[in-house]
Design a protein around this ligand. Structure first.
Ligand SMILES: [Zn+2]
Length: 321
């Protein structure tokens, strides 16, 4: 029998799906990418996943029998034990036994994981948190995702849903969150929350940069545009970003007190585009809001989108050992 020396990391995103074949060192050997099918339903989406995996194997010049496992990361809640996708806001798959169906189709063990948990684990395996044992990962973007690693193991909780730091309440009775609660971290610190405030500024003529480049279209307010407005010296924009950063620090301060981690990593588009303009106020607020005298480091994630691929692959492979 051929040696099982390859693993697949699969990132099922809301706009694109990416399959990467990796070797034992989690170095990529070949990949394939496709737009996530819209309105396809469970079965057709599965078919798209299967053919993308075969395409990636071809690109890597690898055979199915070389695969130790497939790790698939999905952007939504899962039932880990049952290997089921519960729902995904941006992918047309619901209440579906993805793990078993995919195992059946390819004949290789499949491990299903939430994408932010996978991303945090990827940073732990090969990125910014490589030398840490206890890690809090937080990824502010459209929402605020998170992952928790304790003693070198991804903490999943009873159902596999642990690590939802974005739904920690930091402003009880505050803004309504997408999840239905009020005052979640996500409702005040996500990129969406920032963009919502920037639309107001644009309407009031307080951010000429945002008004010129995005008008009042919230979808057009990307992290890069936020940076441009800050660099143009638009003070109200700086205030909005620093307020969101402050809130993120409020949440992180509590997490530091609860977990006493070795390292906190912050990833996602805001961090990649804004860098210290964002991270410094987050760090200041985190330290102001933590009680224990921790000198815990706060660093930017380093793998970008690759973290999900590496993390899902590593989780899948390590589960076979
Ligand atoms: Zn929430």
């Amino acid at each position: 029998m051929a040696e099982k020396n390859r693993v697949i990391g699969f990132d099922m995103g809301g706009t694109k799906m990416l399959a990467v074949v990796l070797d034992e060192k989690y170095e990529p050997c070949g990949q394939a990418k496709v737009r996530t099918p819209v309105g396809a339903g469970n079965k057709e989406t599965l078919e798209a996943i299967v053919s993308l995996i075969h395409e990636a194997l071809d690109e890597a010049d690898a055979k199915t029998k070389q695969l130790a496992a497939i790790g698939i990361a999905v952007p939504g809640p899962i039932d880990r034990e049952a290997g089921r996708v519960i729902s995904m806001p941006n992918v047309d798959m619901q209440d579906y036994a993805l793990r078993d169906k995919l195992e059946e189709a390819i004949g290789v063990p499949v491990v299903l994981e939430n994408d932010v948990n996978a991303g945090t684990y990827g940073e732990f395996v090969a990125g910014a948190a490589k030398d840490a044992e206890n890690v809090i990962g937080v990824f502010p973007g459209t929402g605020v995702g998170g992952g928790i690693i304790i003693d070198g193991t991804l903490y999943r909780g009873r159902t596999g849903s642990a690590g939802e730091v974005g739904h920690m309440i930091v402003d009880a009775g505050g803004w309504r969150c997408g999840c239905g609660k009020y005052g979640c971290l996500e409702a005040v610190a996500s990129k969406t929350a920032i963009a919502k405030d920037l639309v107001h500024l644009a309407m009031k003529g307080q951010s000429p940069t945002v008004l010129e480049k995005a008008g009042t279209d919230i979808a057009k307010i990307k992290s890069k545009l936020i940076r441009q407005a800050m660099e143009a010296g638009e003070k109200p924009v700086v205030e909005v970003v620093e307020r969101a950063a402050w809130y993120l620090g409020v949440g992180l301060g509590s997490l530091v007190d609860i977990f006493d981690p070795d390292l906190v990593i912050v990833g996602g588009g805001l961090v990649e585009k804004l860098g210290d303009l964002y991270l410094k106020p987050v760090e200041k607020s985190m330290r102001a809001h933590s009680m224990i005298d921790s000198d815990v480091g706060l660093v930017a994630a380093s793998l970008g989108d690759d973290s999900v691929i590496v993390g899902s692959a590593a989780l899948a492979w390590r589960e076979q050992e």
